[in-house]
Design a protein around this ligand. Sequence first.
Ligand SMILES: NC(=O)c1ccc[n+]([C@@H]2O[C@H](COP(=O)([O-])OP(=O)(O)OC[C@H]3O[C@@H](n4cnc5c(N)ncnc54)[C@H](O)[C@@H]3O)[C@@H](O)[C@H]2O)c1
Length: 347
Amino acid sequence: MSKIVITGGAGFIASHLTDFLVQAYPNSEFIIIDRMSYAARREYLSQALRRPNVRFIQTSITNRRAMERLLRGTDIVIHAAAESHVDNSYRDVRPFLRSNVDGTVSLLQASVTCGVGMFVHVSTDEVYGDCRDGDATEHSALNPTNPYSASKAAAEMFVKCYAQSYGLATRVTRANNIYGERQFPEKLIPKLIVDGLTGGTFQIHGKGTAMRPFLHVQDFCRAMMTVLEKGENGAVYNVPAMREFSVSEVVDLVCTALGRKREDFVTNGPDRPHNDSRYGVTGHQISALGWTPQRKLAEDLYGIVDWYRDNLHLFVREPASITRLHPRLVAPFTQLRRVASFAQQGT
Ligand SMILES: NC(=O)c1ccc[n+]([C@@H]2O[C@H](COP(=O)([O-])OP(=O)(O)OC[C@H]3O[C@@H](n4cnc5c(N)ncnc54)[C@H](O)[C@@H]3O)[C@@H](O)[C@H]2O)c1
């Protein structure tokens, strides 16, 4: 029986990965690590934790002693824990340095000390920076343009260095924007949905012309399994979405799925200090392993809206004014108050 450690497992992507992998590998032992930041929810792990072979440990990956204890006897580490929101990184970069850089180094060091068999690092297409002149290949230079992507690129440099210096078997994924249920409502799609459901207003960054490809989280889970089973040590795999959209197009699609008029609650606001005009990656390496994206954003959005409607209690604490609600959409809630004033949307 193999032992698999997943970091960031109470967050959006890694909770889906956990659900996916515990089904795929029912005879493996799973340790899920998360420090439970604002983006994490224990509820996301409730199904996986019903299994006797899955354990959850609440701790930070920056805790080197804990990492060395937890990684003993581990075959595979899937490292997805990170501070993940670009706008937050502009406000204060320090948590990004702590979790994304120091945390990754702490995990790499523990992996070497414990003789971990494979270290899979979940990185992002944002490390390439603006791709307005064409799609980035896995060999393109890293050119991060915001503090979040700089911290992810720095983390990748340490992954590379631990592979070289200590012979750690590493694999890296660089996926496009990922969407699906459980994403914290600070990112474009879930923020727009939650604002639309709770009577909030939504500001687009600038004119909404930035182009973003969107990959469904289940497509990403299949990509991860492909990398685990068929990937090569030392390799990097881009994980591209089927197609790209302008932010403005995504807003229209979400409004359609919500059944709300865009002009009733969406406006254009100030842009970020820098906003990459486009992300685009080639996917030849992962498609050579047999993986292709299957899901379509426009079709998926209806189910995602339903999930947020059914799970608003995860993001709102207590009733505010009924007048703020869109009655057709959130019938069971008489009043709602938002837990936090969510930051502007990010992509
Ligand atoms: N969301 C996307 O579009 C996207 C695309 C490509 C890659 N990624 C990468 O995927 C990974 C997961 O992103 P996400 O969207 O699920 O983010 P998320 O913010 O929903 O989840 C991240 C999780 O990591 C945990 N975490 C943060 N710091 C930690 C620490 N020091 N110790 C332990 N746990 C910690 C948080 O509590 C949270 O549960 C990140 O590495 C991100 O860079 C995200």
